[in-house]
Design a protein around this ligand. Structure first.
Ligand SMILES: [Zn+2]
Length: 111
């Protein structure tokens, strides 16, 4: 499977965004390549950390193939918007409908 040309850049921008979210005034739990899938990842977020963002191993495989990554997150739309804005601040484009039922998709604007 050929690796998408943007995969490494997108992964680096997500790492940078997650670092910023972890060290924010109101910090998030934020991890790249966190567990194997959505259910294990959600179960792996510490229960005392309601604000979180992560992508898992299957998301990483999709990112490598497509240059796009889905971010799982919690817990209110306001937190989702903080994550989306932090992604934009690190040069990523964001696709998200603003609701809690949808994951946040990030990619590079030129793609
Ligand atoms: Zn799993």
């Amino acid at each position: 499977m050929p690796r998408h040309k943007n995969a490494t850049k997108v992964a680096r921008a997500i790492d940078k965004t997650f670092r910023a979210l972890r060290t924010a005034d109101e910090p998030f739990f934020a991890e790249s390549d966190f567990w194997c899938c959505q259910s294990c990842g959600c179960a792996g977020v510490p229960s005392d950390r309601p604000r979180y963002a992560f992508y898992h191993e299957q998301d990483k495989e999709n990112l490598n193939r497509t240059g796009r990554c889905n971010i799982a997150w919690g817990d209110t739309p306001e937190h989702g918007e903080r994550i989306a804005q932090a992604m934009r601040d690190n040069g990523l484009s964001v696709e998200w409908d603003g609701t809690e039922s949808k994951r946040i998709t990030v990619f590079l604007p030129e793609d």
